[in-house]
Design a protein around this ligand. Structure first.
Ligand SMILES: Nc1nc2c(ncn2[C@@H]2O[C@H](COP(=O)(O)OP(=O)(O)OP(=O)(O)O)[C@@H](O)[C@H]2O)c(=O)[nH]1
Length: 599
């Protein structure tokens, strides 16, 4: 067992793409944790989807053995945290398991919105922070300027920032020395009753549920019987160890150490992140302060394109939920789409990841309905209800008022795009709260309704700023506003999957945009099709799709045969992805595309 004075626990915080995973790889490699020949890029990103998209979702951990320049042997535990806003919750909880952070900032880019958000999590957890300026091998690197920016914007001393190229390996040794000498050792009492913090847990098809723990006090041993304090269950530890980064068995783990155990636990749901684990006998009586469970904030319906795949979808969703306690679901039926599931997610990226995994790993084509936030309905009879699905909106005459979730959004953007960003936020019913400058960049803080952000705000922000803006948000609470349900009728049939909650003042604009989009997205049929948007019984926008002549290749005027064939093939492929509403076929992509706003 390593003495506390020779343990350092740390995380790396950074904005996406600033080089967190690359730096972690270099640290793993240069401490000889993984032999060079086994090294593959991004050791810690285990899921395929993470590797493909280059984003980290689940927190991962690795133990590094390091002999410092003073000749002493240290154990360094690195917890890698996700970088994306949807997973901020995972960031904040894994920070509680460590004492310090390396703050990685790309020295060609500077501080971004997620740098700020993540560093605040680290400061909240009382971390010692060592700034690291990365990518110094690039000609555009400006270390002095970025160090000053870190001091101005974040307010921490950056005079001792370490200059690193995670790509070439320059500065890696200095980084390891800084971890040893500038980050504090953990505290803990080996002789006190066991107190271990449950940092994370996941399902492994061979091992069952694997639990990641940080030992605070006491010692945990193989074959110990331990009690989970939140639900008072007792489990026998049948496997104990650390990640290097593969599993390395250990006989015991003492204070300050981070490792895993398995104990024949069947479901991730039986393990509450933030829970305190103690010994069955003579255990601790007071639990560690827990964490709030992550709440899904975005809901949407997932339906199989081919309705015979409903059972396959159910089993795919069941399996995914095994490993992801923040993903919720319940069965849903839609008049238009048949059987499916209403699912809750931490944010849009989370939604996309789950949807992609179902489509790819389980080979089920999906129709995704409009993402919606959770509204609070205050009914006239005094009842208060949560509305997860606009299709369930009761008659407005029964509702006294509606509250919607609001967020505090922080956006960092180069000066020249500030005007466009302000306009975008204003158009989305935002209220400006703050505007400050750091060099040639502006930091603007807006109070915005989550429902205006949930769908395509981030895409719009990237496009109006040519990708130069960075964005982060957190939920602030609920606020009353004038909200109504807008329904869409195609050929006089309501399409419930397209109904959405909108602000009354914006309903007409949204309705018009929606029917115009649908007119382009729905192929022409042999008859005229009216497309309408309505609030209650009142139509607020209308378009008519004219009837089609029979021959789809007619407009090719003879001529090019391959082009004709392509068109027919395209039409055939399109058919498979259509759903029938009354007499009308609506292509799958219409459900998502129709909801994108161009403002
Ligand atoms: N030139 C140069 N490129 C680097 C350096 N460090 C990282 N990169 C590149 O920057 C890109 C992003 O690096 P990652 O390590 O994936 O970034 P990340 O912060 O882990 O991103 P997430 O996992 O999505 O949070 C990759 O293409 C890296 O190869 C560096 O020191 N120099």
């Amino acid at each position: 067992m390593t003495p506390l004075s020779h343990i350092r626990n740390f995380s790396i915080v950074a904005h996406i793409d600033h080089g967190k995973s690359t730096l972690a790889d270099r640290l793993i490699q240069s401490t000889g944790t993984v032999a060079d020949r086994d090294m593959k890029a991004q050791m810690l990103d285990s899921m395929d989807i993470e590797r493909e998209r280059g984003i980290t979702i689940k927190a991962q951990t690795v133990r590094l053995d390091y002999v410092a320049d003073n000749g002493e042997h240290y154990v360094l535990n690195l917890i890698d945290t996700p970088g994306h806003v949807d997973f901020a919750y995972e960031v904040s909880r894994s920070m509680r398991a460590v004492e310090g952070s390396l703050l990685v900032v790309d020295s060609t880019q500077g501080v971004e919105a997620q740098t700020l958000a993540n560093v605040y999590h680290a400061l909240d957890a009382d971390h010692e922070i060592v700034p690291v300026l990365n990518k110094i091998d690039l000609p555009a690197s400006e270390c002095d300027r970025i160090a000053t920016q870190i001091e101005d914007v974040i307010g921490i001393d950056a005079s001792q920032a370490i200059r690193v190229s995670a790509k070439t390996g320059v500065g890696i040794k200095e980084t390891l020395e800084a971890v040893v000498h500038r980050l504090p050792a953990p505290k803990g009492d080996r002789d006190a009753p066991l107190k271990a913090m449950l940092v994370d847990s996941w399902y492994d098809s061979y091992l069952g549920v694997v639990v990641l723990v940080r030992i605070i006090d006491g010692v945990i041993r193989l074959k110990d019987r331990v009690r989970f304090m939140s639900n008072d269950t007792v489990h026998l530890i049948d496997r104990l160890g650390v990640f290097k980064p593969g599993m390395l068995p250990m006989e015991e783990l003492g204070p300050g150490e981070i490792g895993f155990f398995t104990a024949q636990i069947k479901e991730v749901r039986d393990t509450r992140v933030g829970d305190t684990i103690t010994s069955e006998r003579k255990g601790a009586t007071v639990a560690l302060p827990g964490f709030k469970p992550a709440q899904p904030v975005v809901f949407c319906g997932l339906f199989p394109v081919d309705s015979s795949e409903f059972e396959d979808l159910r089993s795919a969703i069941d399996k995914l939920a095994l490993n992801d306690a923040s993903f919720s679901f319940e069965m849903e039926t839609s008049a238009a789409l048949g059987f499916g599931f209403r699912c809750g997610f931490l944010g849009l990226l989370h939604l996309e990841v789950i949807r992609d995994r179902i489509e790819r790993e389980y080979n089920i084509e999906l129709i995704t309905t409009a993402p919606s936030v959770v509204y609070h309905l205050y009914m006239k009879d005094g009842d208060v209800r949560d509305l997860h699905n606009p299709a369930d909106m009761p008659d407005l005459t029964l509702v006294d008022h509606i509250e919607e979730p609001r967020i505090k959004a922080t956006i960092l953007v180069p000066d020249e795009y500030l005007g466009d960003v302000l306009k975008l936020c204003q158009d989305r019913r935002g209220v400006q709260m703050d505007l400050t400058y750091a060099g040639s960049r502006a930091m603007v803080v807006y109070d915005l309704p989550l429902n205006e952000v949930v769908f395509d705000f981030y895409d719009r922000l990237k496009s109006v700023t040519k990708g130069y803006a960075s964005f982060d948000y957190n939920l602030t609470g609920y606020q009353e506003d004038s909200l109504v349900k807008m329904s869409v009728l195609v050929n006089d049939e309501p399409v419930d999957a397209l109904s959405m909650m909108v602000h009354r003042d914006r309903a007409e604009m949204r309705g018009r945009a929606m029917v115009e989009k649908l007119k382009d997205l729905i192929p022409r049929h042999m008859f005229k099709i009216p497309i309408q948007a309505a609030i209650g019984g009142k139509v607020i926008a209308r378009e008519t799709l004219s009837a089609l002549r029979k021959d789809v290749t007619a407009k090719c005027y003879g001529g090019d045969a391959t082009r004709k064939r392509k068109l027919l093939d395209k039409q055939k492929a399109g058919k498979k992805k259509m759903r029938q509403f009354g007499k009308v076929d609506i292509p799958q992509e219409a459900f998502i595309s129709a909801l994108k706003m161009d403002s």
